[in-house]
Write a protein that binds this ligand. Structure first.
Ligand code: ATR
Length: 293
């Protein structure tokens, strides 16, 4: 499937299953990569209604789609309809990328490897790190599993509902086979050991457009304990959380690179091709163009 930029008889299709899908940046990422690499591949969005998820997965396989991304709200729902599930995706409990196998799709999670690749590029090393995760939902779960797998020294789960954080900490410790994670109620953050500096990852939707003036914690004293902050939010590109981290003297990053790399890793899984730095930059530019930033 080389060299075609026009759609013809050899064109392979990849696509996105979700609901809604209209806001997606994935076509900008994948169609740019395909163009840059001269691959005869087109990526399109598919809005799927809740009762059609199984039909969509099986239909995509039947139609010989090369690969499929899965987004909200179907990342867990598609799992029973797959031939195989990658161990990391199984641990996270969510898949966002389906790759063709012999008799069905194999499910992967490229969101977390995407975040990891962004962190590597930013010079952030999770090994031995004190990681503070804000939130205890699906995104927090994935980040906590990644941090545990990559050898974080400790993982503190800070959440409004402490019980949820406690349950998640137990699950992470069970999966990691060590006591890496512990829970803390959001309001208890002043009890964090004051001599420690944290890598903080903001996983909630607090501060997302249009409520851009909000942040889970406003206190400057908290942010002085954060040497690096990641906000998984990418709209706005500069969140209140990021501004507060920077005001406290830390480095801050948004979720745009994670979004880019989850796409790049999916593309690499589908095509068996590596994406180089120049191609990644190009896709990043097109993705930001599509977002109007
Ligand atoms: P996701 O899959 O994006 O992580 P989720 O599973 O619904 O979404 O989780 C949302 C997370 O954001 C939860 O940790 C939630 O806290 P609770 O467990 O207490 O509900 C957190 N969250 C959302 N809005 C919040 C708010 N206004 N204040 C504090 N935490 C909030």
């Amino acid at each position: 499937m080389e060299k075609g930029t026009e759609i013809d008889g050899y064109t392979r299709i990849c696509g996105l299953i979700g609901n809604p899908v209209e806001h997606t940046m994935s076509p900008a990422i994948h169609n740019t990569l395909a163009r840059e690499q001269g691959m005869n591949l087109a990526y399109v969005p598919f809005r799927v209604s809740p009762e059609q998820v199984e039909a969509a997965v099986r239909g995509a396989f039947a139609l010989n789609l090369l690969g499929v991304n899965v987004t909200v709200p179907y990342k867990s729902q598609v799992m029973p309809f797959l031939e195989e599930i990658d161990p990391l995706a199984r641990q996270i409990g969510a898949v966002n990328t389906l790759v063709r196998g012999e008799r069905g799709f194999k499910g992967y999670n490229t969101d977390m490897p995407g975040l990891y690749r962004a962190m590597c590029e930013d010079g952030v090393d999770l090994r031995g790190e004190s990681v503070l995760i804000l939130g205890a939902g699906g995104a927090a779960r994935a980040v906590a599993m990644l941090a545990a797998q990559k050898g974080a020294g400790e993982i503190v789960l800070l959440n409004r509902t402490e019980e949820k954080a406690r349950k998640l900490a137990a699950e992470v410790n069970g999966a990691a086979g060590r006591n890496a994670a512990r829970a803390m109620a959001l309001g208890d953050y002043p009890k964090l050991p004051s001599q420690k500096q944290f890598l903080a990852i903001q996983t909630t939707n607090v501060g997302m457009f249009p409520k851009t003036e909000e942040s889970l914690i406003e206190d400057d004293a908290f942010y002085r304990r954060v040497h690096t902050g990641y906000d998984l939010i990418f709209n706005p590109a500069q969140t209140k959380f990021m501004s507060l981290v920077e005001k406290g003297g830390g480095r801050a990053f948004n979720g745009l690179k994670m979004l880019l790399y989850q796409g790049i890793i999916a593309y690499e899984l589908w095509t068996g091709r590596q994406v180089d730095g120049r191609q990644a930059e190009k896709a990043y530019g097109e993705m930001k163009n599509a977002m109007g930033i």
